[in-house]
Design a protein around this ligand. Sequence first.
Ligand SMILES: [Zn+2]
Length: 256
Amino acid sequence: MAFTRATGKHRGASRLARRSAGIAGVAALATTGVVGTLASPALAADTDDRSPEDTGLTRVIADESIADQLNAQAAAQEREATEAEARAKARAEAKREAEARAQEIREAEERAAREAERRRLASFTLPVAGSYVSTGYKTGGSLWSSGSHSGVDFHASYGSSVVSVGSGTVVEAGWGGAYGNNIVIRMNDGTYTQYGHLSSIGVYVGQTVEPGQQIGVSGSTGNSTGPHLHFEARATAEYGSDINPVAYLRARGVSL
Ligand SMILES: [Zn+2]
């Protein structure tokens, strides 16, 4: 029993001493900067005294080192994947935003086009481009059955293009007695316009016309002393509901 204890003591003291020396050696070698190379043989000499814990620790450290590297790699890959996903999301979001903006622009352009078309169709123009009033409204004279001029005469040499002053539907297109070849259009705002003494008619009843669209050619048919365009504006389809054509056109934005 005593022998066993003595041996045990000896081994214990010896191991402690050698381990101390080993540590001192490593510490001394550490200053030379060659610990890695020389420390291993030094420790290898101490093989008998390495406890299972020491060996395990070395393996654990080595395993942890590899595990750390693997973990770091995995984390880096995960980060990269996350960043790639974020970039893809950002690209998708940017694409959506670009598409939304393009759609907004398209819609705005369509609205603008519709509005421009609406304004165009609601606009009015002179019945003969660049012309002027040669005989005024309500002018007296034997030429008119009513005793006064129910419209105005626009200067127009023979063969000038006569256009609808605005949007409307043709309600009369043919011979109109004193008016000669004449056209009556019901305008979209409910008023009527009439075009007389035409040499030819280019529209038919029921046809819709737009501002500035040619409807005939000027002439001197009917009760007329020379080529011109007789133009009337009426509040209703009835003869006698005539209104001042100059005021009528000016109220609709036409300069004359
Ligand atoms: Zn006239």
